[in-house]
Design a protein around this ligand. Structure first.
Ligand code: UD1
Ligand code: CA
Length: 455
């Protein structure tokens, strides 16, 4: 028997106070609706349907282009029951079970949902949970015999009902025919004048009481948005710790789901790891670094406040503090990139160093090269970018400018303070600065002239 997910995402998201669709808000590195679609893909065997409103349809559709889903448009936001009805035509040829999920619940796991799907047998079933703080959720009202009488929304609840801690998670597994039969009979005589999907349970249902309260946090405002991200980051931190990664402060570990960290890597507080990043074994990433879509090989030290984007850091390299590796940077093994060094679209061979205050862009640098403090590759002439090539064993003194395109032969030495505009042959010394002139006693003469012995 098929199970098809129907994901409700047409709500106005009023409580976010935003012009952007709520379900596209980022939760720990990914739009919240993508988490829901991912679990739906895992537990269902039929194409999912997402219900959206006309205003956010295009935006949501573009964001979800990598997912194989159908969209139903709910013309006006008349409530959750109305949202399900908006998908009726799309479901015409489908006969089977429908798993109704909300697009604003990114923490649900496929383990919990598949257990629910496997355990319930009634035509109309839903998941409830006993919440520490039930406020904001629909309360499950049970009769003396324990059977469900209905679900009461907070705005419709009396003082007694508000004290109920068993809440509706908004997750249902329903037989399609029975669902639409019941939906026909729903009215909007309630505080919000909306058609509530919760009303389908009144005519008899089965409840699955889940234990995992946190999985069913619905994101309605910015506070629950932050709370959901925190829970996911913490969960990821614990999973890495179980696998042998040292995470100094799991409460301040900001890591996307797609990141890989090997055992015996060490991550200090306030590190942000994003995208397809891999941190290999033995590497230490100190506080305040942000690493995105990058590979950091074994036994590296990434010092405080370094930003690395779309770059490769070879084994045993040291980067930072406050270094910036931009897209296209490839550092071979045992590099040393120090403070205030920026590298862009450049490859640097093994055992090379740029320890301080340097810009390396569009460059190819060989092995054992020393780049002195304050060196700049002048790669841009205002129209085009040009390459700087520096071969193995070159020594570059401090405060050198390479006006690209320019090529420096093996083992050459570039004198400090030089502006290099022409190629330099192997083993040559290149020096381009005006000769120093010392004027003897110039200071004394000036003092006399202006009559100021105190200077
Ligand atoms: C809903 C439930 C509540 C449950 C809670 C769980 C109802 C009436 N209430 O409340 O019992 O405890 O979820 O998180 O069902 N939506 C539409 N069209 C609409 C209105 C809403 O598609 O016209 C979508 C929203 O985008 C959202 C979901 O339905 O994804 C739930 O709507 P929301 O307004 O967040 O309902 P809650 O107040 O959270
Ligand atoms: Ca909600």
């Amino acid at each position: 028997m098929g199970v098809k997910a129907l994901i409700l995402a047409a709500g106005k998201g009023t409580r976010m106070k935003s012009k952007y669709p709520k379900v596209l808000f980022d939760v720990a590195g990914k739009p919240m609706i993508e988490y829901v679609l991912n679990v739906a893909e895992t537990v269902c065997n039929d194409k999912s349907v997402v219900v959206v409103n006309p205003d956010s349809y295009q935006q949501i559709k573009e964001h979800l282009n990598k997912f194989n889903v159908d969209f139903a448009i709910q013309e006006s936001q008349n409530g959750t029951a109305d949202a399900v009805l908006a998908a009726k035509t799309l479901l015409n040829n489908y006969n089977g079970k429908i798993l109704i999920l909300c697009g604003d619940m990114p923490l649900m796991t496929s383990e919990t949902l598949s257990d629910f799907i496997n355990k319930v047998s009634h035509d109309i079933s839903f998941i409830s949970v006993n919440a520490n703080d039930p406020s904001g959720y629909g309360r499950v009202v049970r009769g003396a015999d324990g059977s469900v009488l209905g679900i009461i929304e907070e705005k419709d609840a009396n003082e007694y009902e508000k004290k109920i801690t068993e809440i509706n998670t908004g997750v249902y597994l329903v037989e399609k025919q029975e669902l639409f039969t019941r939906l026909e009979r729903i009215n909007n005589n309630n505080a919000q004048k909306e058609f509530y999907l919760t009303d389908i349970v009144k005519e008899g249902c089965e409840v699955y009481v889940a234990k995992q309260e946190n999985e069913f946090i619905g994101i309605n405002d910015r506070k629950s948005l932050a709370q959901a991200s925190k829970l996911l980051w913490l969960k990821r931190a614990y999973a890495f710790m179980d696998d042998g990664v040292t995470i100094k402060d799991p409460d301040n570990f900001y890591c996307d789901e797609s990141v890989m960290i090997e055992p015996d890597a060490e991550i200090h507080p306030n590190v942000v790891l994003k995208g397809e990043t891999k941190i290999k074994t033995g590497t230490i990433v100190y506080s305040g670094c942000k690493i995105e879509n990058s590979i950091v090989e074994k036994s590296c030290i990434i010092k405080e406040n370094t930003v690395i984007t779309e770059a490769f850091v070879g084994e045993k390299s040291q980067v930072g503090p406050m270094a910036h590796l931009r897209p296209g940077t490839v550092l071979q093994r045992n590099n040393k990139i120090g403070n205030f060094v920026e590298v862009k679209k450049s490859e640097i061979g093994e055992n090379s160093k740029a320890s301080h205050l340097t810009y390396i862009g569009d460059a190819f640098i060989g092995k054992n090269v020393n780049i002195g403090c304050g060196t700049i590759t002048c790669n841009y002439d205002g129209i085009k970018k040009h390459q700087t090539v520096i071969h193995d064993n070159v020594f570059v003194g401090s405060d050198v400018q390479f006006v690209a395109p320019v090529e420096i032969g093996k083992s050459a030495l570039i004198a400090a303070g030089s502006t290099i505009t022409k190629n330099v042959p192997e083993n040559a010394l290149a020096i381009s600065r005006s000769d120093q002139k010392n004027i003897e006693n110039w200071v004394l003469k000036r003092k006399k002239k202006i009559n100021r012995e105190d200077l």
